[in-house]
Ligand binder design. Structure first.
Ligand code: ADP
Ligand code: MG
Length: 559
């Protein structure tokens, strides 16, 4: 039978391989929506100050205890393609705003959940997508209208922004101290541009961590901190007004010479070989000294013999300094990184005062350029310090964003409830079925106060009713105070978030939801359903586990 005969008889032409699988229309949508929602639900319980932490155990057995949305999703080992699209929402949010990752993912999940109801009422995905786009654009315009401008010198407000971001995280216990350090750090690196805008450049803020002391002993230092020892005890450990050489080259015998095969016919030859190696090291050290360096921070190794020569010349040398530290030292000292140690350019040297904290075994490097500050975070153990670093890192981003963007919003669900109410009004003017999608978008935003209430052990419906009533009375800043359980003016109580992060969360959540809704056909080269890994109760039926979310299933007990 020829192909055209086959087609004429109404038989489908088969273009897919034997092992491939295909899912269309409602099946495909249902499948994708449940996969995306599974991801959103996995992080919802961490939202807000009363959210719980998750313990993530990697396949190597490494343990991470965290409350940070993007960290959870990255560690979860998700291999479902739709679920991965939602994880990307969190990653975009982290890159663009530094915080709000849980919110973005949870809203994306809720948008899809509400879209599913519309699909069941036979509303075409195109109408939903269009309505969601309209709603998202309107929401962003309303955010701008609702936001309060920030004076970059308003330390109290910036401190509140930092504290809001850290509440409920590992950083919470010392949030006042840490918020102060964060605001000072951001202020130290904020410059006013020609057009009057402020730019906080976090390139100049370095976070250094140390275990062994309490988080309350964290501090902000001018310049850099290098957590290393001098390579040789004969070296000085403190140098004021030092000329500093930074290098990413080892101070060792050139590798090519070591690798070359050595043919020795007499003991003299061995001696002359060793002499030539020694000579080479001596030349490198001489070049360093001649350039005028008093201190060397080396990213690679330093040969014992070279250490000895450096010490004899009174030069402090530190080896195996982290690459990121070398880069930061460049900002702090105003030098550049030398890659050729046979000829050291004196112009490459920077200047700094180097002092030693003998107890903590750290060098403090205070640069002449006064560029750059270091937040030295302390904590009792590695896990404590890691979670502290994540929380402080987010808060730093958030404060920097606030300074650069200059707008804040009332948190605790206040902005979401206000936006929902404004969007419902806006929906009245929207023609056609898109109107229902705009309303569904408004409902989706109210997920935030509902989950904040649930995570605090409060009744989410009561909370939402109270919040809606307050907003109907014109109280734009009415949000949930999770500590008292009451509706309060969250702006007044200092629960404030940067407007930019909220805008970003809404646009990336909308984009991801629309991306999922646009798919009506899944063609997979392999097997779609993974046996024994079915997603319980997911509306997508037995195929909810496409590709499997092995990581999640495996961790069920720990969550
Ligand atoms: P995300 O990853 O989205 O930043 P978080 O777990 O940090 O998630 O929670 C952020 C939410 O918690 C925001 O909606 C914020 O307004 C709210 N929030 C923070 N502090 C408080 C507080 N003290 N009272 C009520 N809500 C708060
Ligand atoms: Mg947060």
């Amino acid at each position: 039978m020829t192909m055209s005969q086959q087609r004429m008889q109404g038989q489908p032409m088969i273009v897919l391989g034997e092992d491939s699988q295909r899912m269309k229309d409602e099946d495909a949508q249902g499948h994708n929506i449940s996969a995306a929602r599974a991801v959103a639900e996995a992080v919802e319980s961490t939202l807000g100050p009363k959210g719980m932490d998750k313990m993530l155990v990697s396949s190597m057995g490494d343990v991470t205890v965290t409350n940070d949305g993007v960290t959870i999703l990255q560690e979860m080992d998700i291999d479902n393609p739709t679920a991965s699209m939602i994880v990307e929402v969190a990653e975009t949010q982290e890159d663009e705003a530094g915080d709000g990752t849980t919110t973005a993912v949870a809203i994306a999940g809720e948008l899809l959940k509400n879209a599913e109801e519309l699909l069941e009422q036979d509303i075409h995905p195109t109408a939903i997508i269009k309505g969601y786009d309209q709603a998202s654009e309107e929401a962003r315009a309303q955010i701008h209208d609702l936001a309060t401008s920030v004076d970059p010198d308003d330390e109290e407000l910036l401190g509140s922004v930092a504290e809001t971001s850290m509440t409920g995280k590992g950083a919470e216990l010392n949030k006042e101290l840490l918020a102060g350090l964060i605001v000072d750090a951001v202020k130290a690196v904020t410059v006013e541009a020609d057009d009057g805008a402020y730019i906080a450049d976090l390139e100049y803020v370095n976070i250094e961590t140390q275990t062994g002391r309490s988080a309350g002993e964290s501090e902000l230092l001018e310049g850099a901190v290098v957590d290393k020892d001098p390579t040789n005890p004969e070296m000085p450990s403190e140098v004021t007004d030092a000329e500093v050489l930074l290098t990413d080259e080892p101070i060792e015998v050139d590798e090519t010479d070591v690798d070359a095969e050595l043919q020795l016919d007499s003991p003299d030859q061995l001696q002359s070989f060793l002499d030539s190696e020694e000579e080479q090291l001596r030349e490198k050290v001489d070049a360093i000294a001649e350039a005028g360096a008093d201190v060397v921070f080396c990213q690679k190794g330093i040969d014992d013999m070279a250490q000895h020569y450096l010490a004899k010349k009174g030069i402090l040398a530190v080896r195996r300094v982290k690459k990121s530290d070398i880069r930061f030292l460049r900002e702090v000292t105003g030098g550049s990184v030398a890659s050729n140690l046979d000829e050291v350019d004196p112009d490459a040297l920077g200047t700094a005062d180097i002092s030693r904290d003998a107890e903590d075994e750290l060098f403090y490097v205070e640069g002449a350029g006064n560029h750059g500050v270091t937040l030295l975070l302390r904590g009792s153990t590695e896990h404590v310090v890691d979670e502290l670093e994540r929380g402080v890192g987010d808060a730093l981003d958030v404060v920097a964003t606030t300074v650069s963007d200059g707008r804040v919003l009332a948190g605790g669900g206040a902005v979401e409830v206000e936006l929902a109410s404004r969007l419902r009004e806006f929906a009245d003017g929207v023609e056609g079925r898109e109107q229902l999608a705009v309303e569904a978008f408004a409902d989706s935003l109210e997920l935030v106060p509902r989950v904040l209430a649930e995570n605090s052990g409060l009744d989410s419906i009561d909370t939402l009713v109270d919040l809606r009533a307050a907003h109907a009375d014109g109280d734009e800043h009415a949000g949930l105070d999770v500590f008292t359980g009451d509706v309060a003016d969250t702006y007044e109580s200092g629960v404030v978030e940067p407007a930019h992060a909220k805008e970003q969360a809404l646009s990336s959540a909308t984009e991801a939801a629309n991306l999922v809704l646009k798919i009506d056909d899944i063609i997979a080269a392999g097997d779609l359903s993974t046996e024994g890994e079915e997603d319980e109760g997911g509306p997508g039926g037995g195929m909810g586990g496409m590709g499997g979310m092995g990581g999640m299933g495996g961790m069920g007990g720990a969550m």
